[in-house]
Design a protein around this ligand. Structure first.
Ligand SMILES: Cc1cc2nc3c(=O)[nH]c(=O)nc-3n(C[C@H](O)[C@H](O)[C@H](O)COP(=O)(O)OP(=O)(O)OC[C@H]3O[C@@H](n4cnc5c(N)ncnc54)[C@H](O)[C@@H]3O)c2cc1C
Ligand code: SF4
Length: 480
């Protein structure tokens, strides 16, 4: 059972390390720290409650706190996340491709965005470790474009028939989707049975904190405070000395030697703004990938015979010189009937839903600030020209990409409102003039404050971000 404490009645709230949030960034950081035995007196402050899998299934939700009510937005674009123990591990779909090596060098290769402070090779061992912790399923042949030092922990999911045709013709760019949806049962998770409700998986086949890392919070070195919303930090000189926490209707002060901020890409910068610790880069550059849904009618080829919700991933429109002016594209081949079955007698399975996801530019006018009442405020102006051009290019190139398939018709179905990936508001970099945290994820100014999670991303990439957030945390905790 987690070592839950009530901050309101605890005396002597002083800790070696105070971790804010318990999602991907915070929990993978804690995982590496506990394995290294580096700390003995750790407090985790989590705004939400602990809601186990059975509660979530019964209630048909992940949390008691609706995410959209935790911030104010001036645009209609949704920003989705979970407030509760485990954060995004609860609601994610468990798609886990790595970032592409070129994603780390966008400025030096293509003259746009900025380079990450280190390259793919530096992060690779931590990708491997994060994949091991989450028992990721995938095909080692993917190492041709995303080099690997270790095999995938689990075998790949089964392709659909359209995937098989694509991979036979394009073996260097069409791969099974890497995923934390179990291909084979583990000690704690049954195999994924392709029932397609992954945000609340009925059989608990995807990795979550509840089924994969809950023991972190049983550790004697760790105390967990739930219903503990960090409002602001207190500083003295260049040192963070305390967190001010709203809990049980009152404010409690918790002091610490070191702090880790992993409250997501909206609430982490909001905490710094409320603390008077923000410069003009703090909160700037909120972004996520830009996606659309396309449906492809096939002639004589049935779909929907794969073993999980998204079965194939195609890199044919991803990397190259086009990234100087237009976002890269990643094409997801779905094994779910997003647009229903095909209403043509004898052809009801001869349809292929594709999700095309485009790299977004990081634009500082899309940002998180706080209002006079201290509420987080999101300002978002819309997708960049870079992303729009990337989508136009991808749609124009799609017929060529799909050459291996007997295509009857390609239809644009809809622009996707969100990919549910908030990124980039406390970006990482070597230069304090262009970034908030350094290559070890330590704040350039407050040197006992580490920032984890997707807020640290300096550029967008296209891959779903959580595996990268997990790997970054393992690396940051290893470098202490
Ligand atoms: C529906 C959905 C599907 C998704 N599918 C995928 C997918 O397939 N693959 C993928 O890679 N990603 C996916 N994501 C995105 C993924 O959830 C995020 O990228 C990831 O959770 C980000 O990690 P993080 O550590 O930055 O933040 P989170 O995991 O959100 O963790 C933040 C934590 O901080 C807590 N917190 C917030 N504010 C405070 C505060 N003031 N005080 C104390 N605690 C606070 C939160 O409760 C939470 O525990 C999906 C997201 C959604 C919503
Ligand atoms: S496809 Fe079904 S079984 Fe597999 S992770 Fe999603 S909801 Fe769970």
């Amino acid at each position: 059972m987690p070592n839950i404490i009530d901050l309101g009645s605890a005396s002597g709230n002083a800790y070696d390390l105070v971790i804010i949030g318990s999602g991907f960034g915070s929990s993978f950081y804690l995982h590496r720290l506990l394995n290294s035995g580096a700390h003995s007196n750790i407090l985790v402050l989590e705004w939400g409650k602990h809601r186990p899998h059975d509660w979530q299934i019964e209630q048909d939700r992940h949390s008691d706190i609706p995410a959209h009510k935790t911030f104010v937005s001036k645009s209609s674009k949704p920003w989705n996340f979970t407030v509760g123990l485990g954060g995004g591990t609860n609601c994610w779909f468990a798609q886990t491709p790595r970032f592409h090596p070129s994603d780390f060098k966008l400025r030096s290769k293509y003259g746009v965005g900025m380079d990450w402070p280190f390259g793919y090779d530096e992060l690779e061992p931590y990708y491997a470790a994060a994949e091991e912790i989450m028992s990721i399923s995938g095909d080692d042949r993917m190492g041709k474009i995303l080099p690997r030092s270790t095999p995938f922990p689990q075998p790949p999911h089964l392709f659909t028939t359209p995937d098989k045709l694509m991979a036979a013709a394009q073996p260097d760019q069409h791969f099974p989707m890497p995923t934390a949806r179990a291909r084979v049962a583990t000690e704690r998770r049954p195999g994924c049975c392709a029932s397609f409700r992954c945000t609340l998986c009925p059989v608990d086949a995807k990795f979550t904190l509840n089924n994969g890392l809950i023991e972190l919070y049983d550790n004697d070195a760790v105390k967990l405070a739930l219903d503990a919303k960090v409002v602001r930090l207190e500083t003295r000189g260049n040192v963070v000395v305390a967190a001010i926490v709203e809990t049980g209707g009152k404010e409690v002060r918790v002091s610490g030697d070191r702090f880790v901020l992993g409250a997501n890409a909206i609430h982490s910068p909001a905490i710094l703004h409320r603390s008077d610790m923000a410069d003009e880069l703090t909160g700037a550059g909120l972004h996520e990938t830009y996606g659309c849904d396309v449906e492809v009618f096939l002639d004589g080829v049935d779909n929907f015979d794969g073993s999980t919700i998204t079965s194939g991933l195609n890199y044919g429109l991803y990397d190259g010189d086009h990234r100087r002016t237009a976002g890269a594209a990643l094409v997801y081949f779905d094994n779910r009937w997003t647009h229903g079955l095909r209403a043509t007698p004898g052809k009801w399975r001869q349809t292929l839903p594709l999700m095309i996801v485009i790299e977004e530019a990081v634009e500082d006018h899309n940002k998180v600030t706080v209002d006079s009442a201290g509420e987080a405020v999101v300002t978002y102006a819309g997708p960049s020209d870079y992303a729009r051009r990337g989508q136009e290019r991808a749609l124009a190139e799609l017929p060529r990409l799909l050459d291996p398939l007997p295509v009857e018709e390609i239809s644009f179905r809809s622009q996707r409102a969100t990919e549910s990936h908030l990124q980039g508001t406390l970006r990482m970099g070597k230069d304090p003039r262009t970034s908030v945290i350094d290559e070890k994820m330590v704040h350039h100014r407050w040197r006992n404050l580490t920032v984890v999670g997707t807020s640290s991303f300096p550029t967008c990439g296209i891959a779903n971000p959580s595996l990268t957030a997990a790997a970054l945390s393992l690396r940051a905790a290893s470098l202490i």
